[in-house]
Design a protein around this ligand. Structure first.
Ligand SMILES: [Fe+2]
Length: 284
């Protein structure tokens, strides 16, 4: 798997040395090709995207204005896989894990990270799932560069997360809250950018890869445990499965509602990170 990754995903640097040795032993001559590869040339697209993001995300608490959202969205809409050093030939994703019936591992790489924003790429092999999770206080731009995935996103229905103020939209179990479906659709690259907003627009989402995927995300600000922006995971419970679910009569509306319950990070979620080796950006 690893050697294929090194050759096919040209923009992403090789995994750590220990893991790499095993791959090289298994893959024979792939090492020579990988280690001799010249650094990817800079492209203006990723540099421009970085500079625009830096101008928009001026610090934690910044919520981009509509014009700024439109600007970043338009730039991301035009981003191509090669702008971050990716090839459409994602042989990496013909993962041995899938053939062996194991849970597919999700890989991520960080292009840039500061306390104001981060730019990352997520790689999902077929059937990989990033479970429903939130983005507290964050604006998130997601651009599917390659592949096809199902995206489902929710917003909280009604008032904010304080159970004491959420009235009919929460149950006595304060880990269970009513949410409204915002997106439930299959996206296939090339496609438009989707945006999650801090307070509306589907701030919780779930990804399931249908075909091998690469997703470019800009998160402003990034997750931070120190600043109380940790990631929470949820499971969905159909609206009608709770006894107090007689608040809504309209059947169409009922179908767009679900109870979300906080859960620990699912044990089957397997993620690993690799260094970014695509076109470099300059932070000057
Ligand atoms: Fe997310």
């Amino acid at each position: 798997m690893g050697a294929e990754f090194e050759v096919a995903v040209a923009g992403v640097a090789a995994p750590p040395a220990k893991r790499r040795r095993r791959m090289v032993a298994a893959a024979g001559g792939a090492r020579r090709r990988a280690t001799r590869r010249a650094p990817a040339p800079p492209t203006r697209a990723v540099q421009r995207l970085f500079q625009a993001s830096r101008a928009v995300f001026r610090g934690p608490g910044t919520v981009p204005a509509p014009a700024e959202v439109a600007l970043l969205r338009a730039m991301l809409d035009r981003m191509r896989p090669e702008d971050v050093g990716l090839s459409a030939d994602l042989r990496f994703f013909k993962a041995r894990e899938a053939a062996e019936g194991k849970t597919p591992t999700i890989t991520h790489t960080t292009i840039y990270k500061s306390e104001n924003f981060s730019m990352v790429i997520l790689f999902l092999p077929p059937n990989a799932v990033i479970p429903l999770h939130n983005h507290p206080g964050m604006t998130v731009f997601s651009k599917l560069l390659l592949g096809s995935m199902h995206i489902k996103s929710y917003d909280w229905a009604g008032p904010g997360p304080d159970p004491a103020t959420s009235g009919a939209n929460s149950l006595p179990d304060d880990r269970l809250r009513l949410a409204e479906l915002v997106v439930d659709d299959v996206f296939t690259a090339p496609c438009d950018t989707s945006v999650l907003y801090p307070t509306a627009g589907g701030n919780m989402h779930r990804f399931k890869a249908i075909a091998s995927c690469a997703v470019l995300d800009i998160l402003g600000p990034p997750y931070s445990i120190e600043e109380d922006r940790d990631c929470t995971y949820y499971t969905e419970i159909p609206y009608s499965h709770q006894p107090s679910s007689d608040l809504v009569d309209n059947e169409q509306e009922r179908r767009r509602l679900a109870w979300l319950k906080e859960i620990d990070m699912p044990k089957e979620l397997k993620m690993c990170s690799v260094a970014y080796g695509g076109p470099p950006i300059s932070d000057r």
